[in-house]
Design a protein around this ligand. Structure first.
Ligand SMILES: C[S@@+](CC[C@H](N)C(=O)[O-])C[C@H]1O[C@@H](n2cnc3c(N)ncnc32)[C@H](O)[C@@H]1O
Length: 370
């Protein structure tokens, strides 16, 4: 059984981490992982936004109509002390005194207003959930972290991608958790959020003051539409993408519920193909619904987003070829993510907005083996 199969099986059985971890440390099993390179076609889409958000920096509360969602995107926000922790851990910023905290808050809010004025304001952007990386909450996270960190030689050849990485907080969290930057690939539909993250997390200005200068330089970055069918006619070959072999692990966090059903299907098909020789593991979470349903409009305003039920997501993953599928409703455990309050998770899109209000919304955590 491959490492990935063991991770997937461990998760789907909801078994305790200790058993599978003993297996995971046996890195001799990595030898089967193919290193065959694949060429990919990619459409590089930069910086477009359909949001009508016109944030001001006056601090005045404004409620601006969004073409896609009707949650409040006011420019007022409170950043609690605990929300500064990850920012401080990454930047090494002084946070010891009240003036230092105030300066950090101002920097974060200035960056937030800038992002909102330029790009689509996902709920997770509005709620600043990127100050508290969420993928570490996934059951599979600790398992793959152990695999990626231990076993030196084998671990350095493993590859993980964060698809829909946005600001890049989960990538920074992986690095802080000890994963080598050269093992990590950041993927998003356009580079705007990532570039905003470089300013927010001071990678552009204060890297010299922080131990581990240039921590992101070895992270591979690819900006293209994951929902384009493989080798679609007219897509642009990305030079970055040529260098990508494939991945052992893919994180897909808070992306599916921002897409239409056809886009989700294409995205998952591409991920299936990206997962190394059919032996890699997909892990992530998405907003869902007790009964699968169309929901608010996609950011381009052209289609309806789709919220899966456990059954419909299982069917979709199975039809693509995924195995060892585990999907759990984590609504209870991820309460803050459902609320989308600042400091919580803000799961990407104002649940209840733009859809059938009567249905119970879920937060689905999933993992599957290709
Ligand atoms: C709601 S945000 C989630 C961000 C982050 N993963 C998190 O958990 O906070 C969705 C992200 O997925 C990206 N995204 C949406 N559709 C995409 C696609 N077709 N290809 C690549 N990225 C996409 C968006 O640009 C955005 O950064």
């Amino acid at each position: 059984m491959s490492i990935a199969e063991k991770v997937a099986a461990a998760i789907s059985k909801n078994s305790e981490a200790t058993g599978p971890l003993l297996f995971l440390l046996s890195f001799s099993l990595f030898s089967f992982l193919s290193s065959s390179k694949r060429k990919w076609q990619a459409n590089v889409i930069k910086g477009s936004s359909t949001s009508t958000s016109t944030s001001t920096s006056t601090g005045k509360s404004t409620k601006i109509a969004s073409p896609t969602l009707n949650f409040d995107i006011s420019d007022e926000v409170e950043i609690k002390d605990e929300q500064l922790a990850f920012f401080v851990a990454w930047t090494g910023a002084d946070n010891a005194s009240e003036p230092a905290k105030a300066a950090n808050r101002k920097h974060i809010i200035d960056s937030w207003l800038s992002v909102k004025s330029k790009f689509h304001t996902y709920r997770c952007i509005q709620s600043l959930s990127y100050l508290s990386p969420r993928s570490q909450r996934l059951e599979a996270y600790q398992l793959i972290l152990d695999v990626l960190k231990k076993g030196e030689e084998a671990a350095s050849s493993l590859k993980i991608a964060d698809i829909g990485c946005c600001i890049g907080q989960d990538i920074r969290q992986l690095i802080l958790h000890g994963v080598k930057p050269s093992c990590i690939t950041a993927i998003d539909i356009h580079s705007g959020y990532w570039e905003a993250g470089l300013t927010l997390f001071k990678d552009d200005v204060c890297a010299e003051e922080v131990e581990g200068k240039g921590r992101l330089s070895k992270v591979r970055k690819c900006f293209f539409d994951m929902s384009l069918p493989m080798h679609a006619k007219g897509t642009i070959e990305s030079t970055d993408f040529e260098a990508i072999e494939s991945f052992d692990f893919v994180i897909l966090q808070a992306v599916l519920h921002t897409q239409s059903l056809p886009s989700q299907t294409n995205t998952l098909k591409r991920i299936f193909d990206l997962l190394k020789s059919g032996k890699g593991v997909l892990l992530g979470a998405t907003g869902g619904s007790e009964i699968a349903t169309e929901w608010a409009l996609t950011p381009d305003g052209k289609n309806s987003r789709y919220l899966h039920s456990i059954e419909s997501l299982t069917t979709l993953l199975t039809s693509i070829g995924f195995k060892h599928i585990s999907i759990k409703d984590k609504t209870g455990e991820w309460k803050d993510a459902m609320r989308g309050a600042a400091g919580g998770g803000g799961f990407g899109g104002g649940f209840g907005a733009g859809g059938d209000e009567g249905q119970k919304r879920l937060l689905l955590e999933f993992s599957a083996k290709a």
